[in-house]
Design a protein around this ligand. Structure first.
Ligand SMILES: *Cc1c(COP(=O)(O)O)cnc(C)c1O
Length: 495
Protein backbone atom coordinates (compact mmCIF):
# COMPACT_ATOMS: atom_id res chain seq x y z
CA UNK A 1 0.00 0.00 0.00
CA UNK A 2 3.05 2.22 -0.02
CA UNK A 3 2.13 3.41 -3.51
CA UNK A 4 -1.07 4.97 -2.21
CA UNK A 5 -0.82 8.43 -3.71
CA UNK A 6 -3.43 10.53 -1.93
CA UNK A 7 -4.36 8.81 1.33
CA UNK A 8 -5.46 12.04 2.97
CA UNK A 9 -8.59 12.33 0.89
CA UNK A 10 -11.64 11.25 2.81
CA UNK A 11 -14.73 9.78 1.19
CA UNK A 12 -16.92 12.82 1.52
CA UNK A 13 -16.33 16.39 0.54
CA UNK A 14 -18.94 18.97 1.49
CA UNK A 15 -20.57 20.63 -1.47
CA UNK A 16 -19.69 24.25 -2.13
CA UNK A 17 -23.18 25.12 -0.88
CA UNK A 18 -22.47 23.44 2.44
CA UNK A 19 -19.34 25.54 2.78
CA UNK A 20 -21.41 28.66 2.20
CA UNK A 21 -22.08 31.19 5.01
CA UNK A 22 -24.31 34.23 4.50
CA UNK A 23 -22.38 37.42 3.83
CA UNK A 24 -19.04 35.84 2.85
CA UNK A 25 -17.76 37.05 -0.43
CA UNK A 26 -15.02 36.17 -2.88
CA UNK A 27 -14.04 39.64 -3.92
CA UNK A 28 -14.56 43.11 -2.56
CA UNK A 29 -14.80 45.60 -5.40
CA UNK A 30 -14.69 49.24 -4.23
CA UNK A 31 -17.90 51.22 -4.63
CA UNK A 32 -17.85 53.30 -7.83
CA UNK A 33 -16.98 56.97 -7.31
CA UNK A 34 -19.15 58.07 -10.23
CA UNK A 35 -22.95 58.48 -10.09
CA UNK A 36 -24.87 55.27 -10.79
CA UNK A 37 -28.48 54.69 -11.72
CA UNK A 38 -30.73 52.12 -10.09
CA UNK A 39 -31.12 48.90 -12.10
CA UNK A 40 -34.85 49.47 -12.47
CA UNK A 41 -34.13 52.47 -14.69
CA UNK A 42 -31.87 50.46 -16.98
CA UNK A 43 -33.72 47.14 -17.29
CA UNK A 44 -37.53 46.79 -17.49
CA UNK A 45 -38.89 45.59 -14.16
CA UNK A 46 -40.39 42.44 -15.69
CA UNK A 47 -36.91 41.19 -16.57
CA UNK A 48 -35.48 41.72 -13.08
CA UNK A 49 -35.31 38.85 -10.61
CA UNK A 50 -37.52 39.15 -7.55
CA UNK A 51 -34.83 37.66 -5.32
CA UNK A 52 -31.08 37.15 -5.77
CA UNK A 53 -29.93 33.73 -7.11
CA UNK A 54 -28.99 31.17 -4.48
CA UNK A 55 -25.25 31.15 -5.05
CA UNK A 56 -22.74 29.83 -2.53
CA UNK A 57 -21.17 32.56 -0.41
CA UNK A 58 -17.53 31.65 0.17
CA UNK A 59 -14.25 33.56 0.16
CA UNK A 60 -12.09 33.09 -2.92
CA UNK A 61 -9.55 30.78 -1.28
CA UNK A 62 -12.34 28.50 -0.05
CA UNK A 63 -13.61 28.20 -3.61
CA UNK A 64 -10.10 27.43 -4.90
CA UNK A 65 -9.48 24.83 -2.17
CA UNK A 66 -12.86 23.25 -2.80
CA UNK A 67 -12.27 22.70 -6.50
CA UNK A 68 -8.63 21.68 -6.00
CA UNK A 69 -9.73 19.02 -3.53
CA UNK A 70 -12.41 17.71 -5.87
CA UNK A 71 -9.95 17.61 -8.76
CA UNK A 72 -7.67 15.35 -6.70
CA UNK A 73 -10.47 12.88 -6.08
CA UNK A 74 -10.73 12.25 -9.76
CA UNK A 75 -8.18 10.97 -12.21
CA UNK A 76 -7.19 13.18 -15.08
CA UNK A 77 -4.35 13.37 -17.52
CA UNK A 78 -2.79 16.29 -15.64
CA UNK A 79 -2.15 13.87 -12.76
CA UNK A 80 -0.77 10.77 -14.47
CA UNK A 81 -0.97 8.41 -17.43
CA UNK A 82 -4.53 7.73 -18.58
CA UNK A 83 -4.17 4.52 -20.59
CA UNK A 84 -7.80 4.14 -21.69
CA UNK A 85 -7.63 2.11 -24.93
CA UNK A 86 -9.53 3.45 -27.96
CA UNK A 87 -9.90 6.84 -26.25
CA UNK A 88 -6.50 8.43 -26.95
CA UNK A 89 -6.26 10.24 -23.63
CA UNK A 90 -3.21 12.27 -24.53
CA UNK A 91 -1.88 15.27 -22.65
CA UNK A 92 -3.54 18.49 -23.78
CA UNK A 93 -1.05 21.31 -24.23
CA UNK A 94 -2.14 24.37 -22.27
CA UNK A 95 -1.53 26.63 -25.25
CA UNK A 96 -4.63 25.08 -26.85
CA UNK A 97 -6.66 26.24 -23.86
CA UNK A 98 -5.21 29.73 -24.10
CA UNK A 99 -6.17 29.98 -27.76
CA UNK A 100 -9.69 28.66 -27.15
CA UNK A 101 -10.12 31.28 -24.42
CA UNK A 102 -9.04 34.26 -26.51
CA UNK A 103 -11.79 36.85 -26.18
CA UNK A 104 -12.28 37.06 -29.93
CA UNK A 105 -13.10 33.34 -30.02
CA UNK A 106 -14.65 32.60 -26.64
CA UNK A 107 -16.84 35.70 -26.66
CA UNK A 108 -18.33 35.24 -30.13
CA UNK A 109 -22.07 35.24 -30.51
CA UNK A 110 -23.28 32.67 -33.05
CA UNK A 111 -25.55 35.22 -34.74
CA UNK A 112 -22.70 37.65 -35.46
CA UNK A 113 -22.81 38.44 -39.21
CA UNK A 114 -20.20 36.69 -41.34
CA UNK A 115 -18.38 39.91 -42.26
CA UNK A 116 -17.62 40.50 -38.57
CA UNK A 117 -16.28 36.98 -37.90
CA UNK A 118 -13.88 36.48 -40.78
CA UNK A 119 -11.20 35.27 -38.35
CA UNK A 120 -13.35 32.52 -36.87
CA UNK A 121 -14.64 31.46 -40.29
CA UNK A 122 -11.07 31.54 -41.57
CA UNK A 123 -9.99 29.19 -38.78
CA UNK A 124 -12.83 26.82 -39.67
CA UNK A 125 -12.04 26.97 -43.36
CA UNK A 126 -8.35 26.27 -42.81
CA UNK A 127 -9.05 23.50 -40.32
CA UNK A 128 -11.37 21.87 -42.86
CA UNK A 129 -8.62 22.04 -45.48
CA UNK A 130 -6.01 20.61 -43.12
CA UNK A 131 -8.29 17.74 -42.09
CA UNK A 132 -9.06 17.06 -45.74
CA UNK A 133 -5.33 16.87 -46.42
CA UNK A 134 -4.74 14.56 -43.44
CA UNK A 135 -7.56 12.28 -44.64
CA UNK A 136 -6.67 12.50 -48.31
CA UNK A 137 -10.24 13.58 -49.03
CA UNK A 138 -12.01 16.40 -50.86
CA UNK A 139 -14.47 18.08 -48.48
CA UNK A 140 -15.12 18.35 -44.75
CA UNK A 141 -17.94 19.26 -42.37
CA UNK A 142 -16.96 20.44 -38.90
CA UNK A 143 -20.44 20.28 -37.45
CA UNK A 144 -20.77 16.93 -35.64
CA UNK A 145 -20.17 17.25 -31.90
CA UNK A 146 -18.71 13.79 -31.27
CA UNK A 147 -17.35 10.72 -32.98
CA UNK A 148 -20.72 9.02 -32.69
CA UNK A 149 -22.43 12.01 -34.28
CA UNK A 150 -19.83 11.96 -37.05
CA UNK A 151 -20.77 8.34 -37.64
CA UNK A 152 -24.45 9.25 -37.82
CA UNK A 153 -23.60 12.00 -40.29
CA UNK A 154 -21.60 9.51 -42.34
CA UNK A 155 -24.38 6.94 -42.49
CA UNK A 156 -26.92 9.65 -43.39
CA UNK A 157 -24.54 10.67 -46.19
CA UNK A 158 -24.48 7.06 -47.39
CA UNK A 159 -28.27 7.02 -47.35
CA UNK A 160 -28.54 10.30 -49.27
CA UNK A 161 -26.01 9.09 -51.83
CA UNK A 162 -27.82 5.82 -52.54
CA UNK A 163 -31.20 7.56 -52.59
CA UNK A 164 -29.93 10.09 -55.12
CA UNK A 165 -29.10 7.17 -57.41
CA UNK A 166 -32.43 5.42 -56.83
CA UNK A 167 -30.59 2.65 -55.00
CA UNK A 168 -33.11 2.69 -52.14
CA UNK A 169 -32.94 -1.04 -51.38
CA UNK A 170 -29.43 -0.59 -49.93
CA UNK A 171 -30.19 -0.69 -46.23
CA UNK A 172 -27.57 -3.06 -44.82
CA UNK A 173 -24.32 -1.84 -43.28
CA UNK A 174 -21.54 -4.36 -42.66
CA UNK A 175 -19.58 -4.07 -39.42
CA UNK A 176 -16.85 -6.40 -38.05
CA UNK A 177 -17.34 -8.01 -34.63
CA UNK A 178 -14.38 -6.08 -33.22
CA UNK A 179 -16.08 -2.70 -33.80
CA UNK A 180 -16.80 0.01 -31.27
CA UNK A 181 -20.38 -0.15 -29.97
CA UNK A 182 -21.25 3.21 -31.47
CA UNK A 183 -20.95 1.72 -35.01
CA UNK A 184 -23.95 -0.64 -34.81
CA UNK A 185 -25.85 1.89 -32.67
CA UNK A 186 -25.37 4.51 -35.37
CA UNK A 187 -26.58 2.22 -38.11
CA UNK A 188 -29.72 1.35 -36.14
CA UNK A 189 -30.37 5.03 -35.38
CA UNK A 190 -30.14 5.85 -39.08
CA UNK A 191 -32.85 3.24 -39.77
CA UNK A 192 -30.47 0.78 -41.44
CA UNK A 193 -29.72 -2.84 -40.59
CA UNK A 194 -26.45 -4.13 -39.12
CA UNK A 195 -24.77 -7.23 -40.54
CA UNK A 196 -21.93 -8.41 -38.34
CA UNK A 197 -18.79 -9.80 -39.97
CA UNK A 198 -16.45 -12.20 -38.20
CA UNK A 199 -12.81 -11.31 -37.70
CA UNK A 200 -10.19 -13.90 -38.63
CA UNK A 201 -7.52 -15.41 -36.33
CA UNK A 202 -5.24 -12.46 -36.96
CA UNK A 203 -7.90 -10.05 -35.68
CA UNK A 204 -8.59 -8.67 -39.15
CA UNK A 205 -11.77 -8.51 -41.14
CA UNK A 206 -12.24 -11.80 -42.97
CA UNK A 207 -12.21 -11.06 -46.70
CA UNK A 208 -14.02 -14.35 -47.24
CA UNK A 209 -16.82 -13.34 -44.88
CA UNK A 210 -16.98 -9.96 -46.63
CA UNK A 211 -17.33 -11.54 -50.09
CA UNK A 212 -20.15 -13.70 -48.84
CA UNK A 213 -21.98 -10.77 -47.27
CA UNK A 214 -21.79 -8.39 -50.23
CA UNK A 215 -24.88 -7.96 -52.40
CA UNK A 216 -27.04 -5.19 -53.85
CA UNK A 217 -28.66 -4.51 -50.48
CA UNK A 218 -25.38 -3.40 -48.89
CA UNK A 219 -25.11 0.36 -48.34
CA UNK A 220 -21.54 0.18 -47.10
CA UNK A 221 -18.90 -1.16 -44.76
CA UNK A 222 -17.86 0.58 -41.53
CA UNK A 223 -14.29 -0.31 -40.74
CA UNK A 224 -11.97 1.22 -38.15
CA UNK A 225 -8.35 1.22 -39.25
CA UNK A 226 -6.25 0.25 -37.38
CA UNK A 227 -9.18 -1.62 -35.87
CA UNK A 228 -10.05 -1.70 -32.20
CA UNK A 229 -7.48 -4.45 -31.62
CA UNK A 230 -4.87 -1.95 -32.80
CA UNK A 231 -4.32 -4.18 -35.84
CA UNK A 232 -3.93 -2.61 -39.28
CA UNK A 233 -6.35 -3.95 -41.88
CA UNK A 234 -3.63 -4.86 -44.33
CA UNK A 235 -6.11 -6.09 -46.98
CA UNK A 236 -7.73 -2.67 -47.03
CA UNK A 237 -7.19 -2.02 -50.77
CA UNK A 238 -8.78 -5.33 -51.70
CA UNK A 239 -11.60 -4.74 -49.20
CA UNK A 240 -12.36 -1.28 -50.63
CA UNK A 241 -12.38 -2.63 -54.16
CA UNK A 242 -14.78 -5.44 -53.27
CA UNK A 243 -17.18 -3.06 -51.51
CA UNK A 244 -17.10 -0.55 -54.37
CA UNK A 245 -17.62 -3.27 -56.98
CA UNK A 246 -20.73 -4.31 -55.10
CA UNK A 247 -21.96 -0.69 -55.18
CA UNK A 248 -21.33 0.02 -51.48
CA UNK A 249 -19.44 2.83 -49.77
CA UNK A 250 -16.45 2.60 -47.45
CA UNK A 251 -16.77 4.31 -44.05
CA UNK A 252 -13.76 4.65 -41.79
CA UNK A 253 -14.28 5.15 -38.08
CA UNK A 254 -11.31 7.47 -37.64
CA UNK A 255 -11.08 7.32 -33.87
CA UNK A 256 -7.77 5.47 -34.22
CA UNK A 257 -6.16 8.06 -36.45
CA UNK A 258 -3.49 8.63 -33.82
CA UNK A 259 -1.74 5.61 -35.30
CA UNK A 260 -1.75 6.93 -38.87
CA UNK A 261 -1.72 10.72 -38.98
CA UNK A 262 0.88 11.98 -41.41
CA UNK A 263 1.83 8.40 -42.34
CA UNK A 264 -1.14 7.02 -44.29
CA UNK A 265 -4.40 8.53 -45.55
CA UNK A 266 -7.88 6.97 -45.50
CA UNK A 267 -8.59 8.44 -48.94
CA UNK A 268 -5.65 6.49 -50.39
CA UNK A 269 -7.00 3.29 -48.82
CA UNK A 270 -10.22 3.58 -50.78
CA UNK A 271 -12.45 5.00 -48.07
CA UNK A 272 -15.25 7.39 -49.14
CA UNK A 273 -16.05 8.81 -45.71
CA UNK A 274 -14.08 9.19 -42.47
CA UNK A 275 -14.89 10.84 -39.18
CA UNK A 276 -12.26 12.37 -36.94
CA UNK A 277 -12.35 12.47 -33.18
CA UNK A 278 -10.73 15.87 -32.74
CA UNK A 279 -10.98 15.35 -28.99
CA UNK A 280 -8.85 12.23 -29.25
CA UNK A 281 -6.29 12.60 -32.03
CA UNK A 282 -5.96 16.39 -31.84
CA UNK A 283 -6.05 16.93 -28.05
CA UNK A 284 -8.90 18.58 -26.06
CA UNK A 285 -9.64 17.26 -22.58
CA UNK A 286 -12.47 14.73 -22.91
CA UNK A 287 -12.49 12.57 -19.81
CA UNK A 288 -15.69 14.06 -18.49
CA UNK A 289 -17.83 13.27 -21.50
CA UNK A 290 -17.28 16.27 -23.69
CA UNK A 291 -17.43 18.62 -25.38
CA UNK A 292 -15.94 17.03 -28.46
CA UNK A 293 -15.97 17.37 -32.20
CA UNK A 294 -16.38 14.70 -34.84
CA UNK A 295 -15.79 16.33 -38.25
CA UNK A 296 -16.44 14.19 -41.31
CA UNK A 297 -14.35 14.17 -44.49
CA UNK A 298 -15.70 12.80 -47.76
CA UNK A 299 -14.69 12.16 -51.34
CA UNK A 300 -16.13 14.50 -53.95
CA UNK A 301 -19.09 12.25 -54.88
CA UNK A 302 -20.48 12.78 -51.36
CA UNK A 303 -19.77 16.50 -51.04
CA UNK A 304 -23.24 17.67 -52.22
CA UNK A 305 -24.85 15.87 -49.28
CA UNK A 306 -22.73 17.39 -46.46
CA UNK A 307 -24.67 19.08 -43.62
CA UNK A 308 -25.79 22.69 -43.81
CA UNK A 309 -24.13 25.15 -43.71
CA UNK A 310 -20.53 24.75 -44.86
CA UNK A 311 -17.89 27.48 -44.80
CA UNK A 312 -17.02 28.75 -48.26
CA UNK A 313 -14.40 31.14 -49.52
CA UNK A 314 -14.92 33.50 -52.46
CA UNK A 315 -11.61 35.16 -53.23
CA UNK A 316 -10.69 35.05 -49.58
CA UNK A 317 -14.04 36.41 -48.36
CA UNK A 318 -15.58 33.80 -46.11
CA UNK A 319 -19.25 33.05 -45.64
CA UNK A 320 -21.63 30.28 -44.68
CA UNK A 321 -23.08 28.41 -47.63
CA UNK A 322 -26.78 27.59 -47.14
CA UNK A 323 -27.47 27.06 -50.82
CA UNK A 324 -26.92 23.34 -50.96
CA UNK A 325 -30.12 21.65 -52.15
CA UNK A 326 -28.92 18.04 -51.76
CA UNK A 327 -27.66 18.49 -48.19
CA UNK A 328 -28.81 16.09 -45.45
CA UNK A 329 -29.59 19.27 -43.44
CA UNK A 330 -28.44 20.43 -40.07
CA UNK A 331 -26.67 18.04 -37.74
CA UNK A 332 -25.92 20.41 -34.87
CA UNK A 333 -27.06 23.81 -33.62
CA UNK A 334 -24.99 26.57 -35.18
CA UNK A 335 -21.58 25.31 -36.39
CA UNK A 336 -20.58 22.59 -33.94
CA UNK A 337 -18.37 22.89 -30.88
CA UNK A 338 -16.24 25.79 -31.98
CA UNK A 339 -13.89 25.78 -28.95
CA UNK A 340 -12.82 22.23 -29.79
CA UNK A 341 -12.11 23.34 -33.36
CA UNK A 342 -9.81 26.08 -32.04
CA UNK A 343 -7.91 23.56 -29.91
CA UNK A 344 -7.48 21.13 -32.81
CA UNK A 345 -6.40 23.94 -35.13
CA UNK A 346 -3.81 25.12 -32.61
CA UNK A 347 -2.54 21.58 -32.09
CA UNK A 348 -2.16 20.89 -35.81
CA UNK A 349 -0.46 24.23 -36.45
CA UNK A 350 1.85 23.70 -33.49
CA UNK A 351 3.01 20.28 -34.71
CA UNK A 352 3.03 20.95 -38.44
CA UNK A 353 3.29 18.24 -41.05
CA UNK A 354 6.40 16.53 -39.74
CA UNK A 355 5.24 16.90 -36.15
CA UNK A 356 1.99 15.10 -36.91
CA UNK A 357 3.90 12.21 -38.39
CA UNK A 358 6.23 12.09 -35.38
CA UNK A 359 3.16 12.07 -33.14
CA UNK A 360 1.83 8.91 -34.80
CA UNK A 361 5.24 7.25 -34.86
CA UNK A 362 5.83 7.97 -31.19
CA UNK A 363 2.34 6.69 -30.30
CA UNK A 364 3.12 3.39 -32.04
CA UNK A 365 6.62 3.19 -30.54
CA UNK A 366 5.34 3.84 -27.01
CA UNK A 367 2.76 1.12 -27.40
CA UNK A 368 5.32 -1.33 -28.78
CA UNK A 369 7.53 -0.67 -25.75
CA UNK A 370 4.70 -1.12 -23.28
CA UNK A 371 3.50 -4.27 -25.03
CA UNK A 372 7.00 -5.74 -24.95
CA UNK A 373 7.30 -5.05 -21.24
CA UNK A 374 3.96 -6.65 -20.40
CA UNK A 375 3.34 -9.48 -22.85
CA UNK A 376 5.07 -12.21 -20.83
CA UNK A 377 2.59 -11.72 -17.98
CA UNK A 378 -0.41 -10.40 -19.94
CA UNK A 379 -0.57 -12.25 -23.28
CA UNK A 380 -1.66 -10.52 -26.47
CA UNK A 381 -4.02 -12.91 -28.33
CA UNK A 382 -3.82 -10.77 -31.48
CA UNK A 383 -0.23 -9.63 -31.08
CA UNK A 384 1.16 -6.15 -30.48
CA UNK A 385 -1.14 -3.52 -31.87
CA UNK A 386 -0.09 -0.27 -33.48
CA UNK A 387 -1.03 2.56 -31.09
CA UNK A 388 -2.90 0.31 -28.66
CA UNK A 389 -2.79 -3.34 -27.59
CA UNK A 390 -5.41 -5.67 -26.20
CA UNK A 391 -4.00 -7.90 -23.47
CA UNK A 392 -5.87 -10.84 -22.03
CA UNK A 393 -6.18 -11.58 -18.31
CA UNK A 394 -7.44 -15.14 -18.94
CA UNK A 395 -4.25 -16.87 -17.75
CA UNK A 396 -4.02 -14.72 -14.65
CA UNK A 397 -7.63 -15.55 -13.84
CA UNK A 398 -6.99 -19.28 -14.30
CA UNK A 399 -3.89 -19.21 -12.11
CA UNK A 400 -5.07 -16.90 -9.34
CA UNK A 401 -8.82 -16.25 -9.63
CA UNK A 402 -8.07 -12.55 -10.10
CA UNK A 403 -10.07 -11.06 -12.96
CA UNK A 404 -9.23 -8.22 -15.32
CA UNK A 405 -11.76 -6.07 -13.49
CA UNK A 406 -9.80 -6.60 -10.25
CA UNK A 407 -6.53 -5.65 -11.94
CA UNK A 408 -8.15 -2.48 -13.27
CA UNK A 409 -9.47 -1.57 -9.81
CA UNK A 410 -6.09 -2.24 -8.20
CA UNK A 411 -4.39 0.08 -10.69
CA UNK A 412 -6.37 2.94 -9.13
CA UNK A 413 -4.47 2.35 -5.88
CA UNK A 414 -1.25 2.88 -7.80
CA UNK A 415 -2.46 6.28 -9.00
CA UNK A 416 -3.36 5.34 -12.58
CA UNK A 417 -6.61 5.45 -14.43
CA UNK A 418 -7.77 1.96 -15.35
CA UNK A 419 -7.37 0.86 -18.96
CA UNK A 420 -10.38 -0.06 -21.07
CA UNK A 421 -11.59 -3.50 -19.96
CA UNK A 422 -13.83 -6.18 -21.51
CA UNK A 423 -13.62 -4.45 -24.90
CA UNK A 424 -13.27 -5.36 -27.73
CA UNK A 425 -15.73 -8.14 -27.09
CA UNK A 426 -13.77 -10.76 -29.02
CA UNK A 427 -10.96 -10.91 -26.43
CA UNK A 428 -11.73 -12.72 -23.17
CA UNK A 429 -10.80 -10.73 -20.02
CA UNK A 430 -9.65 -7.94 -22.32
CA UNK A 431 -7.39 -5.22 -20.95
CA UNK A 432 -6.80 -2.62 -23.62
CA UNK A 433 -4.16 0.05 -23.16
CA UNK A 434 -3.25 3.02 -25.27
CA UNK A 435 -0.31 4.91 -23.81
CA UNK A 436 -0.29 7.73 -26.45
CA UNK A 437 2.78 9.57 -27.66
CA UNK A 438 2.83 12.11 -24.87
CA UNK A 439 4.14 9.84 -22.10
CA UNK A 440 7.82 9.54 -21.22
CA UNK A 441 9.63 6.23 -20.96
CA UNK A 442 9.76 6.71 -17.18
CA UNK A 443 5.98 7.06 -16.97
CA UNK A 444 5.50 4.01 -19.20
CA UNK A 445 7.85 2.07 -16.93
CA UNK A 446 5.96 3.18 -13.85
CA UNK A 447 2.75 1.87 -15.40
CA UNK A 448 4.30 -1.42 -16.56
CA UNK A 449 5.87 -1.91 -13.10
CA UNK A 450 2.47 -1.33 -11.51
CA UNK A 451 0.78 -3.96 -13.70
CA UNK A 452 3.56 -6.50 -13.13
CA UNK A 453 3.48 -5.93 -9.41
CA UNK A 454 -0.30 -6.37 -9.42
CA UNK A 455 0.20 -9.70 -11.22
CA UNK A 456 2.63 -10.68 -8.45
CA UNK A 457 0.14 -9.58 -5.79
CA UNK A 458 -2.51 -11.72 -7.50
CA UNK A 459 -0.33 -14.75 -6.72
CA UNK A 460 0.84 -13.86 -3.25
CA UNK A 461 -2.23 -12.09 -1.87
CA UNK A 462 -5.20 -12.34 -4.24
CA UNK A 463 -7.63 -10.74 -1.74
CA UNK A 464 -5.58 -7.58 -1.86
CA UNK A 465 -6.39 -7.34 -5.57
CA UNK A 466 -9.98 -8.63 -5.53
CA UNK A 467 -10.76 -6.16 -2.71
CA UNK A 468 -9.24 -3.17 -4.51
CA UNK A 469 -9.39 -0.24 -4.69
CA UNK A 470 -8.30 0.53 -1.12
CA UNK A 471 -6.94 4.06 -1.45
CA UNK A 472 -9.66 5.86 -3.39
CA UNK A 473 -12.32 8.08 -1.82
CA UNK A 474 -14.96 5.48 -2.67
CA UNK A 475 -14.49 1.74 -3.15
CA UNK A 476 -16.33 -0.48 -5.62
CA UNK A 477 -19.59 1.06 -6.60
CA UNK A 478 -22.77 -0.65 -7.67
CA UNK A 479 -22.42 0.50 -11.24
CA UNK A 480 -25.66 -1.10 -12.37
CA UNK A 481 -27.61 0.72 -9.70
CA UNK A 482 -25.76 3.99 -10.34
CA UNK A 483 -26.82 3.75 -13.97
CA UNK A 484 -30.43 2.87 -13.26
CA UNK A 485 -31.04 5.20 -10.32
CA UNK A 486 -28.75 8.04 -11.26
CA UNK A 487 -29.29 10.99 -8.95
CA UNK A 488 -26.71 13.74 -9.03
CA UNK A 489 -28.85 16.60 -7.74
CA UNK A 490 -28.12 18.44 -4.56
CA UNK A 491 -31.16 19.81 -2.81
CA UNK A 492 -31.13 22.95 -0.72
CA UNK A 493 -31.92 22.11 2.88
CA UNK A 494 -35.51 23.07 3.73
CA UNK A 495 -35.99 26.54 5.22
C1 LIG B 1 -14.33 7.00 -29.14
C2 LIG B 1 -14.73 6.15 -30.26
C3 LIG B 1 -15.94 6.37 -30.93
C4 LIG B 1 -16.98 7.36 -30.48
O1 LIG B 1 -16.52 8.66 -30.35
P1 LIG B 1 -17.26 9.69 -29.35
O2 LIG B 1 -16.62 10.98 -29.63
O3 LIG B 1 -17.05 9.18 -27.98
O4 LIG B 1 -18.73 9.68 -29.71
C5 LIG B 1 -16.20 5.58 -32.04
N1 LIG B 1 -15.35 4.62 -32.44
C6 LIG B 1 -14.18 4.38 -31.81
C7 LIG B 1 -13.26 3.30 -32.32
C8 LIG B 1 -13.84 5.12 -30.68
O5 LIG B 1 -12.70 4.87 -30.04
Amino acid sequence: MSQTPFPFLGPTTPTIFERSRPGRSGTSVPRPDVPTRPLEELIPARHLRASPPRLPEVPEHEAVRHYTEISLKNHHVDRALYPLGSCTMKYNPKVNEQMARLGGFAGLHPFTPAEAVQGALGLMHELGEMLGEIAGMDAVTLQPAAGAQGELTGVLLMRAYHQSRGDVQRRRVLIPDSAHGTNPATVALAGFEVSELKSNEAGRLSVKALREALDDRVAGLMLTNPNTLGVFESAILEISELVHEAGGLMYMDGANLNALTGVARPGDMGYDIVHFNLHKTFSTPHGGGGPGAGPVAVMSHLEPFLPLPTVKSDDGVLSLDWDRPQSIGRIHGFYGNFGVLVRAYTYIRMLGQSGLREMAEAAVLNNAYLSARLESRFPLPYGRGMHESVFSGTELKKQTGVKTLDVAKRLLDYGFHAPTVYFPLIVAEALMTEPTETETKEELDRYADALLSIAAEAESDPELVTGAPHATPVRRLDEGRAGRELDVRWNFPEG
